[in-house]
Design a binder for this molecule. Structure first.
Ligand code: ZN
Ligand code: ZN
Length: 261
């Protein structure tokens, strides 16, 4: 049973051309918040102050007004007509550019007012990539073993899972391991060559250093008389008091085979 007090709802087109005008006072655009009105040309909407739904504004070139619209249950099976807001006149007393400016200026403020949801850090550690399987330098043989282990457990790699076309489905993990194995296998000779080169250069340096040792000893021996002479003279202390605030005079030389004792 329906009473006449219950407004009925009809199917409506979005922008009507009805001449009907609501007798209530008009809605003043400048009285609304910038985010309650959309003045983008051709898309004019506002939030109906009566039912809080976004409603198109019609008659922008003549007498702007809110289109007849449904209220709280809009979009449901039994919507209700918004009697207070339908056909309500709208006074557009702000320019589109001014409205846009206000909206842009208001943006950071609204953003800062919005509570930031802090997401908990995920605790699960990600699955290591094929290149991270071992902390030790990876070699092709290790990867081959991992690949074989995977193949024994993976139905896709064993060819037991087939797609709609009857062909076995590819396995990403298996493919990645195979690619890593082949890459390492290809790189291994080069890596070994680089390692060998380093070792060879190191050995050459050691040999050169050892060969130079007798020369350095001979050079020391050549200066030995002068060094001994200097040491002797340094040992002869001058008469009188030694300066109090100066470092002690070294009495021995740095020569490895000689001391002034
Ligand atoms: Zn309304
Ligand atoms: Zn697999």
């Amino acid at each position: 049973m329906t009473t006449t007090a219950t407004p009925t709802a009809r199917k409506r087109c979005r922008k009507t051309r009805t001449k009907k005008v609501n007798t209530r006072p008009p809605i003043v655009a400048s009285a609304l918040a910038a985010n309650e009105i959309d003045l983008a040309p051709g898309r004019e909407h506002l939030v109906c102050p009566e039912c809080r739904t976004w409603c198109p504004i019609t008659g922008m070139n003549g007498t702007p007004k809110l289109v007849p619209h449904h209220s709280d249950r809009a979009g449901t099976l039994n919507p209700r007509r918004c009697t207070a807001g339908s056909d309500r006149r709208v006074i557009i007393d702000i320019a589109v550019d001014d409205w846009r400016m206000t909206l842009i200026e208001a943006r950071p403020t609204t953003a800062s007012r919005r509570a930031t949801k802090v997401l908990p850090k995920p605790k699960a550690t990600p699955v290591p990539a094929a290149s991270q399987l071992k902390p030790a330098p990876l070699n092709a043989e290790t990867v081959r073993q991992v690949f074989r282990q995977h193949q024994q457990q993976c139905r896709a790699c064993k060819g037991e899972i087939t797609g709609r076309d009857g062909l076995p489905l590819p396995c990403r993990d298996g493919e990645r391991l195979a690619v890593t194995f082949l890459r390492l296998l290809r790189q291994e000779p080069r890596r070994r060559a680089v390692r060998d080169f380093f070792a060879q250069e190191r050995r050459r340096f050691d040999r050169q250093y050892a060969a130079a040792a007798p020369t350095r000893a001979a050079q020391w021996d050549a200066v030995l008389p002068q060094v001994a002479d200097a040491d002797t003279r340094r040992a002869q202390l001058p008469t009188g008091d030694a300066p109090k605030d100066s470092p002690a005079v070294p009495l021995t030389t740095l020569h490895p085979g000689h001391s002034a004792s």
